[in-house]
Design a protein around this ligand. Sequence first.
Ligand code: SF4
Ligand code: FES
Length: 224
Amino acid sequence: MKYTLRIYRKKRSSDERYWQDFIYESTDENETVANALTKIDVKWECSCMQEKCGACAMIINNTPSLACGYKLSRCKNGICKLEPLRKFPVVCDLIVDRSILHENLKTMKIWLRQDADFEKDKDSLYRELAYESSECIQCGLCLEVCPNFYLGGDFFGASTVPLTLRLLSESDRENFIENAKLYVKHEFEGCGKSFACKAICPRHIDTERMMVKLNRVAVWKRRK
Ligand code: SF4
Ligand code: FES
């Protein structure tokens, strides 16, 4: 089967954007967009090629997707339109600068400030959702579809929600209050509850359920 990889390009040294077509032939019905990209001279990012690192996030046929999880056979009439994510600055071709994801995690103070005690958390809300939250690969697809997230805004979107779950287990009162205030400012207050994030997440993380639990703890102060 012959495919047209139609790519929205940009050189590193210029702001000019342009479309370029590449003809690509494949006999494997399971071949992915990521695999095809390894065979042509276009800049993009990848690492795991197994939908586990988030590096290859881009817009494929108008839908934010992971290139390594998108089969070429899904492309209607063999047309595969590839664009970089739109909410982040484009570096070149399909590469965008997603450093804001890490900056937001730092602002939210997502790190352990005391020894982890997994036994203590055995029956807690945190324990219940901890495994699911660890599935987040920081791909940024949830931010791409969020109607309320924009670069530089106070609202951080769903990508910080899974990791903010640690708030539920914070037993130090001062730390808890600080985390709760950050959650209210950067998550609760800006969310319009469209939950487009939940529908697009390639790891199927239930961000709505997580936010309901976090609201209960951080906003309504109910810890049990
Ligand atoms: S919540 Fe899902 S879509 Fe958002 S960054 Fe994490 S894995 Fe990606
Ligand atoms: S290369 Fe890791 S998610 Fe696609």
